[in-house]
Design a protein around this ligand. Structure first.
Ligand SMILES: C[S@@+](CC[C@H](N)C(=O)[O-])C[C@H]1O[C@@H](n2cnc3c(N)ncnc32)[C@H](O)[C@@H]1O
Length: 255
């Protein structure tokens, strides 16, 4: 079945919805995004491709002025709103969620922000849409503000077999020369449930080129994230198959 990204995420909201870290990348990627973002107190943040809002809820306890989340999937936005409403009011600043297809220039929100995150959004966007979003964030971000985004490591598909707890299938594609091709994968939660994910393949060089084209001229921070000793101590059965494998790329760029 050929599902659009909107259909895919509307259909899988139940297994994305979570009260606490449970998905592999809740351990191997999201905590590092929050760490690199640093002190957000008093800041207006954007969460692009926010899904059901876990990252925003985690940031809400750090006293931001406001967090605006945007996502293509109405079901994900509904889940994010419901869970934000259930947060005790003393847990942080207000969370606002809107449905928006960030590949459509007419749906890119207006206004400015102090910092922005896009946690596994760009792996759903082709180069052209990635360029459009990067240019838009560059214009919206206040001087000195950070934009932090993560994607599955583009090498992962070519390094791992199709096995738990995380894989992306390369099909007939190769690392070089397959830009914008859609690769399908799965990522697991610690309770054995897995979610389908997608990666619109882009090499590290593709990201570097598109950042330069869109005016992010300061040297980016680029990190290759994987499992750490802490992960292995926490749950060796779950994390050990990924020991030594690059799982995600994290970029921090600054206006
Ligand atoms: C892997 S999920 C990550 C969700 C969230 N950032 C998190 O960390 O849990 C990817 C999200 O990107 C959203 N997405 C995909 N394409 C999009 C688009 N064109 N515009 C806005 N959101 C999009 C999906 O609906 C989905 O919620």
């Amino acid at each position: 079945m050929d599902l659009s990204n909107r259909q895919l995420y509307n259909a899988s909201v139940a297994t994305w919805r979570r009260q606490e870290p449970i998905l592999l990348s809740d351990f191997t990627a999201r905590p590092r995004v929050i760490e690199v973002l640093g002190d957000v107190s008093g800041l207006h943040l954007w969460d692009l491709g926010c899904g059901e809002g876990l990252v925003g809820r985690q940031l809400a306890s750090c006293n931001p002025a406001r967090i605006d989340g945007f996502d293509l999937s109405e079901e994900m936005v509904h889940a994010a709103r419901e869970q934000a409403a259930a947060l005790a009011s003393d847990q942080g600043g207000p969370l606002y969620y809107s449905v928006a297809d960030l590949t459509d220039p007419a749906q890119l929100p207006s206004g400015a922000c102090d910092a922005a995150v896009a946690v596994f959004l760009f792996n759903y966007l082709d180069i052209q849409a990635t360029e459009q979003v990067l240019r838009w964030v560059r214009q919206a971000l206040r001087p000195g503000g950070s934009f932090i985004f993560t994607v599955p490591h583009p090498s992962l598909a070519f390094l791992r077999p199709a096995e738990a707890p995380f894989y992306i299938e390369p099909g007939n594609h190769t690392y070089l020369g397959s830009t914008d091709h859609l690769l399908e994968g799965r990522i697991w939660r610690r309770d054995g449930i897995s979610n389908a994910i997608r990666s619109r393949h882009k090499t590290l060089e593709d990201y570097n080129r598109v950042l330069r084209r869109t005016g992010w001229t300061r040297m980016p921070l680029i990190e290759e994230l994987g499992v750490t000793e802490d992960h292995l101590n926490l749950d060796p059965f779950f994390f050990a198959p990924l020991r030594g494998t690059p799982l995600h790329l994290l970029f921090q760029v600054q206006a």
